[in-house]
Write a protein that binds this ligand. Sequence first.
Ligand code: 5FU
Length: 260
Amino acid sequence: MSLLAKTYTQRAEAHTNAAAVRLLRLMDAKKTNLSVAADVTTKKELLHLADALGPYICVFKTHIDIVTDFDQDLVDQLEKLAEKHSFLIFEDRKFADIGNTVKLQYSAGVYRIASWSHITNAHPLPGEGIVKGLAEVGMPLSRGLLLLAEMSSQGSLATGSYTLEAVRMAQRNRDFVFGFIGQQRMDVPEDFVYLTPGVGLEAKGDGLGQQYRTPEQVILDSGCDVIIVGRGIYGSGDIAANAQRYREAGWNAYLKRTGQ
Ligand code: 5FU
């Protein structure tokens, strides 16, 4: 059976990476492949989004360094909400330095990302040392890493042979790397989980290079697994109703893909 015809649960059963197993299982259990990109700048707004949208999502994606009043209590509360609503936290840190430096950026500093974020991501740009450095911190905590194979923004340089090398790097490090930030599934035998930003039902772009595709284009046509939606949900109107719309669109595309 082709990977794309399999359910998330079937894929979880065959997977060896702890973060992938957890994510794939919870997607089927909650019937959602929606991740919200919570790009807000106050603790209050971030916690409000996590609590209000928690029931609809599998992954809550943060940019913790844009929160003006960050404190330890914020991540303590975020972890409690992750338990309450059963979602994973993904700090979209996009590490991009040498192994020794990213190890420190991941474990220490003000944010201590590894201590609370189930998933994080890294650019393959510096070479394999970035994965090795992050793995030294993340593996003992059962965290998972995504490599940025492609970006949604116009003119991105992550294409062609760069993207192929990202996939090869992931293939060599499957104990820690369980998937990609990418725009389309690459044809390899290993099961990688694809989380895909640049998703919008109405807008086609944002005037700053962002490019949007629909949930159906992402899940059905491009074979990705999780839709990441930010402003399409919290930008205007009723955020819960917006989340419900994206959740349904993403889920229906998955049901179509797997023939359920
Ligand atoms: F890696 C990427 C990428 O290629 N494109 C993105 O848009 C990450 N993102 C993130 O997804 C970006 O940093 C935002 O947090 C989010 C998209 O938000 P939007 O409001 O749906 O455009």
